[in-house]
Design a protein around this ligand. Sequence first.
Ligand SMILES: [Fe+2]
Ligand SMILES: [Fe+2]
Length: 474
Amino acid sequence: MAIDYQERIPNNVDLAENRTLQRALEHWQPRFLDWWRGMGPSDFLAADVYLRTATSVDAKGWASYGTVKMPDYRWGIFLADAVPDRRIGFGDEHGKPAWQLVPGEHRSTLRRLIVTQGDTEPASVEQQRLLGHSCPSLYDLRNLFQINVEEGRHLWAMVYLLHAYFGRDGREEAEELLSRHSGDADKPRILATFNEPISDWLSLFMFTYFTDRDGKFQLKSFAESGFDPLARTCQFMLTEEAHHMFVGDTGIARVVRRTLEVMKERGGDDPAAVRRAGAIDLPTMQKYLNFWFSSSLDLFGAEISSNAATYFAAGIKGRPDEANFADHLCSEGAMALEMPDGKGGTPPEQVPLRNAMNEATRTAYVRDCEIGVKRWNRLIAKAGHAFELTLPSPRFRRGIGAWAGQPVDPAGTLIPAAEWQAKLPGWLPSEGDRAFIKSLMQRVIEPGKMAAWIAPPDRGINNLPLDYEYVHLH
Ligand SMILES: [Fe+2]
Ligand SMILES: [Fe+2]
């Protein structure tokens, strides 16, 4: 169905046909805008930004580009096209018709899952709200704002589901989504990673590479859901999400490239010399990577999870790309997971497949993360350096699951607790590292110019030249 942009709330869900729902959402809209003005990108309300806006839900040619002030962005409700006679693809309900309404017995579970997903979207906008002041270029500033408006739209996507399918409870939850705030002492966001401050652009690139990628895998799991409106919503969100990960992937690659240039100019890889030249040394990048990767791993939940088993059995949440698996029931069989026994050993435990769903998804995520790391390492190797960026073991610095709080080094080895205590700070960005990175964050807003710590991208946005004025500041 085509997107109706004549409506106050652009949509392809026939909103005009459901007056009650339309009124409820029109009531929420000004609250969202208040939230955007108060908690969105600080001080850029009047800037003209070259942004893309969804115009259809086709994978090809789905967006148009134009200059818009962010508060005027046309946030809307877009679902992927319905699959006729769609069936549930996994679990005990396998082969039964997908649900067009919420089954009563799954109501509270689905609501909680939608709220948790929805909560991350505005949270990330809040985390990133001050970054515009220290952008390394107008190109990057525009990308930040593109991500921000789309996370705002993802909030709309979840709020639509809450309003349309969960009655009064859903409307209350939609209000709460605007009243929790990232890092707030009294009303924080639901998930820990989304309360971590993102106060520099290296962190932003790590966040969009690692944490948005967690989002990708959550959305892929929900795109399999037996609750059809959720599946269709998430499917379209994935189209937008790809750009966020692109920003992280290419952002980190550009930082690496710039660092390699400096190393070449200086004739060596001494981190102190790299820093003196105003670039980011590779060991510091590794520490930021350790921080954001390990933090993002926790978002998949515990290795052994009865909740995950229930979601799968009930047809609520599947595995990413469920169609690629041969067995959609997973009622038999087990996954061998090594677990710490508290005595320094890691005996394998046979975990029933359904209870190991989080681990299956986390494993797919780690594989996806490795692709970019390999690409960055190729740049380093080509420049003739032996250094390699590496993903730490998924056991490292975990806060959730069997490995939570375990004294594990980045290679995944259990080490004596005292040694771990002593070494952990060295594996993560120190106060000094953060202060150094912060010192580099000087804003560059001359079209086409880049900050000294990052190389230019390969190309501009939507075939425009790199020195296009992607953000016009007044
Ligand atoms: Fe999102
Ligand atoms: Fe995202």
